[in-house]
Ligand binder design. Structure first.
Ligand SMILES: [Zn+2]
Length: 299
């Protein structure tokens, strides 16, 4: 009943708004004033639902799980963990990845806090997050700009097809993915990464030429499509070089399989949490996780 009243209200308000836009005698300023009034009425109606309606789509359960995970994080990470980055950040790399939920920092860095300046968007693009990427390179002076594409990328699949029915905002973010129509697979994922590296190279030409920045393109393969192991971060482009044999010989690539210790100064030892907290955290982890939500695959 409330839902139908709400729908009627929306229909009425939109009708008023549309009629206002059609009235030739009305000035643009008056039309805009009516649009603002209508939007405010809709916003107030939506806000009023918080008190009257059941929270939809399992949001309450999800938020509870997130809060619980955060409590566990706080219990197991004491002040020492935050000490080395609380006052300022000095990340080691600017990383541009896709927003895809299957791509996360723990695949790249076991302790990413303070280490990785993350920029995420659909299709791991420079163009749709140019200011953020510039911030990492120009203000935080990271010596590495890592662009990470991934297998089974929904943005690549969309860009390779007809996305004319998507919203203008989504269309704008797909327009900047330059790949051939009809090829939604690994080749296009790599091509997009190479395109992003090329764009970054031209944007940050001075830093690259001056030896202050390396731009690396990679494909995170959680399906083992590249036959290098499931979960492997496959480097496919180094400063514009895409030939695998030549990449392998680059100085930047030497010793990648050896464990690299992070500078001690950047990572103060993690304070040992009180035994009780550890036990609580462990028991929380052992509890079966209730997930009543249908997580969609892909994005
Ligand atoms: Zn993606």
């Amino acid at each position: 009943m409330k839902r139908s009243i709400g729908l009627m209200l929306f229909a009425l308000l939109f009708s008023v708004c549309a009629r206002a836009a059609e009235l030739p005698a009305m000035s643009e300023a008056e039309k805009e004033r009516i649009r603002v009034i209508v939007k405010e009425a809709i916003r107030e109606y939506a806000a009023s639902l918080n008190d009257k309606q059941q929270v939809s789509s399992g949001a309450k359960d999800i938020l509870r799980e997130i809060s619980q995970s955060n409590r566990n994080f706080m219990r197991t990470h004491g002040p020492a963990h935050f000490g080395h980055f609380a006052a300022s950040q000095h990340p080691r790399a600017t990383v541009v990845t896709c927003s895809d939920s299957r791509v996360h920092t723990h695949a790249l860095d076991a302790t990413p806090d303070g280490d990785l300046f993350m920029v995420r968007n659909i299709g791991n693009q420079i163009a749709t997050a140019e200011g953020s990427v510039e911030y990492g390179v120009h203000h935080l002076h990271t010596p590495l700009l890592l662009i990470v594409g991934h297998v089974a990328c929904g943005a690549i699949q969309a860009a390779a097809g007809d996305y004319s029915k998507e919203s203008p905002s989504i269309q704008r973010e797909l327009d900047t993915i330059q790949i051939p129509k009809g090829d939604a697979g690994l080749n296009s994922v790599k091509l997009n990464v190479n395109n992003q590296v090329r764009l970054a190279m031209s944007k940050f030409e001075q830093e690259v030429i001056g030896g202050h920045l390396s731009v690396v393109g990679a494909v995170y393969d959680f399906k083992n499509e590249m036959r290098q192991g499931q979960g492997k971060l496959n480097i496919v482009n180094v400063n514009g070089e895409t030939n695998g044999e030549k990449i392998a010989k680059l100085d930047l690539m030497q010793g990648l399989d050896k464990p690299a210790a992070k500078p001690a100064v950047r990572h103060a030892p993690v304070r040992k949490a009180p035994a009780k907290a550890v036990e609580e955290a462990a028991s929380d982890q052992e509890k079966p996780v209730e997930k009543p939500i249908n997580h969609k695959e892909g994005h």
